[in-house]
Design a protein around this ligand. Structure first.
Ligand code: GLY
Length: 375
């Protein structure tokens, strides 16, 4: 009896703390909603389809991101992800289930195309929360996951182009022809014409992309967050991490509170971009705690990004090298995608995120941003 009256009082106090508009939205019933990073239009649509079919929100978001994990043409996640400096693809993933308040994660997992499913298995089938490297692979194989080579031909080519870009102080590199070889038409670490001769089947567009990957190592990821009609939430983040990383490097994606956080009483957040800088502000947790203290999803994310800028003393020259986004959703359906910069590079497209609100098509929307790049 005592417990019941305490919990009723706590609920009333919680409701009193909610701003009026948001309380009204919560009372009028919840509209299903799925958001994701910009590479997740299909993931949001799939998750929404499963939510409408009555599936659990965690199954829905994981089925959504599986599309991207299995896509060999997404070079930031799962199969076809860009490898570590040894040419081996290493994957990180985490998931959180709102209704049961549980979480699971894997880090530096090799050979399994769908690390998000392994993270869910860690959550559901072990007394642990986070398995890494060989232990995570052995666990996955014990459950029947198939071990496969995740390096596609394209990812291998991108890795070789990156190796050619590396030089010692004398401009030497053992992965290019030696000093007695016939001279190339042009010199330089990454000459597109030379690369076209070395990779005759690769195609000029892809080789130009490989050069860009070598010069600007990407650290893309997919985060996906869902809310169903009952107000239940789940979230997942999955990635191949930073391209050309030191083997064993784990980013923010599998860190509960860093690349992903969900509190069923408040909302959820996830991140893509440079994991090291997200971890310095414990970003996903910070976004959700900001909402707990009354901020909108947008303000919660922008405040977290301000903390990242503060870590660089707002020095724009150093901040220019940081690419970081948050995806934030409150339990009552307030949401945003927010980016440190308006675009990844000067002249590039505005950063977007994916949304499916259940009535319309899954689509991309412009993210809000903290800083504007000058061209
Ligand atoms: N956010 C992905 C990573 O840094 O690994």
């Amino acid at each position: 009896m005592k417990d019941i009256s305490f919990s009723r009082r706590a609920v009333m106090l919680g409701a009193a703390a909610l701003p009026l508009a948001r309380r009204a939205a919560a009372q009028s019933g919840t509209k299903p909603l799925v958001i994701s990073s910009g590479n997740g239009v299909a993931a949001c649509a799939k998750a929404m389809e499963l939510i409408h079919a009555g599936e659990d929100t965690l199954d829905a978001v994981i089925a959504g991101v599986n599309i991207v994990e299995l896509d060999p043409n997404d070079h930031s996640v799962g199969y076809g992800g860009l490898p570590n400096e040894d040419g081996v693809v290493e994957l990180d993933a985490s998931c959180m289930h709102g209704p049961t308040r549980r979480a699971g994660a894997v880090g530096a997992l090799r050979g399994i195309k769908t690390p998000s499913k392994v993270a869910k298995a860690v959550m559901e089938q072990t007394a642990h929360m986070f398995l890494v490297a060989d232990g995570a692979l052995r666990f996955a194989k014990a459950l029947g996951f198939q071990e496969e080579n995740l390096l596609t031909e394209q990812s291998r080519q991108a890795w070789l182009v990156w190796k050619r870009s590396l030089r010692d102080s004398n401009g030497r590199n053992n992965w290019v022809p030696g000093i007695d070889a016939p001279p190339a038409k042009k010199t330089g670490a990454l000459d597109l014409e030379q690369l076209k001769r070395e990779f005759p089947g690769a195609g000029e567009k892809w080789l130009a992309q490989c050069v860009d990957f070598a010069v600007h190592p990407p650290h893309g990821t997919i985060n996906c967050i869902a809310l169903n009609q009952k107000g239940e939430m789940s979230a997942v983040t999955t990635t191949s991490g930073m391209a050309w990383k030191i083997p064993g490097r784990v980013g923010d994606s599998p860190i509960i509170g860093g690349g992903l956080w969900l509190d069923q009483d408040v909302g959820a957040a996830g991140s893509t971009g440079l994991g090291e800088e997200n971890l310095r502000v414990c970003g996903a947790h910070t976004c959700v705690e900001n909402m707990r203290h009354g901020m909108s999803a947008k303000d919660a994310a922008l405040d977290t990004l301000k903390r990242v800028a503060r870590n660089f003393d707002n020095d724009m020259e150093r901040l220019k090298q940081v690419d970081l986004q948050f995806y934030v959703m409150s339990k009552d359906g307030d949401y945003c995608g927010a980016s440190l910069w308006d675009r990844t590079r000067p002249g590039g497209p505005v950063t977007q995120f994916a949304v499916c609100n259940g009535t319309g098509q899954s689509h991309r929307q412009d993210a809000v941003f903290l800083l504007e790049r000058r061209s």
